[in-house]
Write a protein that binds this ligand. Structure first.
Ligand code: ADP
Length: 488
């Protein structure tokens, strides 16, 4: 199958979160399963310097964007057999310090930037000599593509390819003032509550939910959760209507990137059967972040966007309660400045117990996974979550709140004594998390049981070979359901 993927971020070129990891890994997995995948993404600042092998294509975009036209060029890079990445070069839109925002403020022209990206994707789907059998878009930034493809049909193109939209996080919908709708150049009939309108505004994700042939999200439990009012962010009614075409497919892990046996970022490699290296990694990290070095003190880690979704308030509260015990905690994260200050403050008050690194650092993320005995992820909601899966492979026992993909990927002792690989808690409160941390401390005192947890964790596999088969099933269904025209 020829699959055209589109995403506003793709690892290893650009990344702010799990979306980038997932799209990069899905592209590889499709190619390795014998299909042909091409990914369209923006050429952000710095990418061409890091990947000088990329080629300029003989291709030029000149597309309408409301009352003006915008030009762009195209670059490409074949990253492996069967996988090509296309980069949209539009310096005014994409050559910036960051992907979506600076100093916690979204770029004022995000509607222009990503409507334009969606138009480029649609243009490529229509005009590339390589014909996609399916177009797979991700999150709000490319969710207008299904509508734009149907518009192309109305403009005389034969049958547009069927579409699949993956919702990586329903909390981000791409909502803009009504005048932004003009940028899409879509028929006005689409700007109704049956279409792209949401309380008088343009809602890019909603347009995709209405018009994509199939919908997926990144874990089975989150697929159920988003059809409820509690997790639906105002779109649960619409999602309930599309429930038959909505599938939860748990993300896989790219074990080329996340494998402690071959991880160039680590002081010493290790595996489930050769765990000595993990202790070396622990001592090295303590040194790196300025904590007292000691192999026997339980080390907890967290790597996260510091957003409300991630349960930061709850974690700050629980740590406050627990830091009088013998433990260490390392945070790597950035986001809301109030949360950043919260951790910095904790590190200042407990210098021998807490280290907080408020930035984005890929190598350090790997080293924290390798060094930690436990990994804390107390999310309020979590579509899939990747770090708990990385933690399992790195033998850092995950402590998670049982929601979304966290619930789907971690096994608590109370669920299965033989296969337990982590600790779950349910209530969204600092007290419940503190209790889970206390359980971890008790586990730490029982080396044999801890070893069993670690062994189970490191053996847990979330393979993309399996996951990609589920996407292929969804693609087949999309081909059967193909809309072909606006349902209005
Ligand atoms: P989300 O996509 O909601 O942010 P996920 O757990 O699905 O959460 O994915 C987060 C990804 O981003 C992981 O690969 C994680 O290691 C990475 N990450 C998050 N914050 C940082 C940071 N400050 N430095 C390095 N990597 C980070």
């Amino acid at each position: 199958m020829n699959v055209l993927l589109a995403s506003s971020e793709v690892h290893p070129f650009s990344k702010t979160g799990g979306l980038a990891d997932m799209v990069g890994a899905l592209g590889k997995a499709l190619a390795r399963a014998g299909h042909e995948a091409r990914i369209v993404t923006p050429l952000y600042r710095g990418i061409s310097g890091r990947f000088p092998q990329m080629r300029r294509e003989d291709w030029y975009f000149d597309l309408p964007l409301g009352d003006r036209r915008v030009q762009a060029s195209l670059w490409s890079l074949e990253t492996e057999k069967g996988l090509m990445v296309y980069f949209i070069e539009q310096p005014d839109f994409f050559d910036r310090a960051s992907l979506y925002h600076e100093n916690n403020t979204s770029y004022a022209d995000n509607a222009e930037r990503f409507v334009f990206l969606a138009k480029c994707v649609t243009h490529l789907a229509r005009y590339l000599p390589w014909r996609p059998d399916l177009v797979h878009v991700h999150d709000w930034q490319t969710a207008l593509v299904p509508a734009l493809l149907l518009q192309q049909r109305a403009a005389g193109w034969g049958n547009p390819p069927p579409t699949c939209l993956t919702i990586h996080n329903l909390a981000y919908q791409g909502i803009f003032p009504p005048r932004a709708f003009a940028l899409t150049d879509l028929p006005l009939e689409l700007f109704t509550i049956e279409g792209a309108e949401f309380y008088g505004h343009l809602n890019c994700l909603k347009a995709g939910i209405v018009l994509a042939d199939v919908l997926t999200t990144v874990s089975p439990r989150y697929a159920r959760e988003i059809t409820t009012e509690e997790f639906g962010h105002g779109l649960d009614g619409l999602l309930r209507r599309r429930q038959k075409q909505l599938f939860g497919i748990l993300n896989g892990v790219d074990y080329d990137e996340w494998n402690p046996a071959h991880d160039p970022f680590l002081a010493r490699p290790y595996s489930a059967t050769r765990l000595a290296g993990k202790t070396v990694c622990k001592l090295a990290l303590q040194k790196e972040v300025g904590l007292p070095e000691g192999r026997d003190v339980p080390l907890f880690g967290t790597i996260s966007r510091l957003a409300e979704q991630k349960g930061v308030d709850l974690q700050l509260g629980a740590l406050e309660e627990m830091l009088n015990t013998n433990m260490q905690f390392v945070l790597l994260g950035s986001g809301s400045s109030a949360y950043e200050r919260g951790y910095a403050e904790l590190a200042r008050r407990f210098p021998a117990r807490v280290a907080a690194r408020v930035n984005y650092d890929e190598g350090l993320a790997h080293r924290i996974e390798a060094a930690s005995d436990f990994y804390i992820m107390p999310s309020r909601f979590e579509p899939s979550g990747l770090n708990q899966m990385y933690s399992l492979r790195y033998g850092a026992i995950p402590i998670v709140r049982a929601t979304g993909g966290l619930d789907d990927s971690v096994v608590d002792f109370t669920e299965n004594t033989t296969h337990a690989n982590g600790i779950k808690f349910y209530e969204y409160s600092a007290r419940a998390l503190a209790k889970a941390i206390r359980k971890a401390l008790v586990l730490y005192q029982q080396p044999e049981l801890l070893r069993q947890f670690q062994h189970n964790a490191m053996k847990t596999v979330f393979s993309w070979e399996q996951t990609v088969q589920e996407y292929l099933k969804a693609y087949e269904l999309a081909r059967g359901l193909r809309k072909g025209s606006f349902p209005f």
